[in-house]
Design a protein around this ligand. Structure first.
Ligand code: FES
Length: 197
């Protein structure tokens, strides 16, 4: 009788121990699965393309996004803004963007697939500060009486036009970079994948 009781207690003990091990194993087995269910933020940080909705972007306005940890700007340029690009070419270091970075679909005078929509990496090519938008023209800009609109880097005073092209005689050596991008439709841009020219 005593042997039977001892055997029964051992059996119960072993049952409790093995089911506990099974439960712990289940947790460890489930963990990789749960982690693999949430990859989007990690993929985004690693450089996955990002979509930018410009349906509410009005002429003369700018929206910002982050791609690969960098600021991406999208500017809706007015006809006046586009006209200013031609007028100031003599003041620029590299007006044809021959030595700057831009995808094939932005290798033109506007540095963009669609003239009115500029897509730009918002980082100064001097030491990496983020320039500020200065879209007001003339004295209202606080830059100069004949300022036609563009971007100004507050760190050391580099100036860029409304295509991200750098002016002469400033510290920044190159035009700001245009990232690879493509239009998914009229109001949705995918940054991180190059479109056709
Ligand atoms: S980092 Fe922009 S001018 Fe120096």
């Amino acid at each position: 009788m005593v042997d039977d009781r001892v055997n029964n207690e051992r059996r119960r003990f072993l049952t409790v121990v093995t089911s506990g091990i099974g439960a712990v194993g289940g947790i460890f087995a489930a963990t990789p699965f749960v982690l693999s269910m949430a990859p989007s933020e990690r993929a985004k940080a690693a450089g996955a393309p990002v979509e930018i909705d410009i349906s509410k972007l009005k002429p003369g306005q700018m929206v910002k996004e982050i791609w690969r940890g960098k600021p991406v700007w999208v500017v809706s340029r007015t006809p006046e803004m586009l006209e200013s690009l031609k007028a100031i070419e003599a003041e620029l270091q590299d007006p044809m963007s021959a030595s700057s970075v831009q995808p094939t679909n932005a290798q033109n005078e506007f540095r963009s697939e669609k003239p009115e929509i500029l897509v730009l990496i918002g980082i100064c090519t001097h030491l990496g500060c983020s320039p500020v938008q200065k879209f007001a023209i003339g004295p209202a800009s606080g830059i100069s009486d004949d300022w036609p609109g563009g971007f100004f880097c507050p760190c050391h005073g580099s100036k860029f036009d409304l295509a991200g092209r750098v002016y002469r005689n400033v510290p920044a050596p190159d035009n700001m970079e245009v990232p690879p991008y493509t239009f998914l439709n009229d109001t949705l841009i995918l940054v991180g994948e190059e479109g056709s020219a």
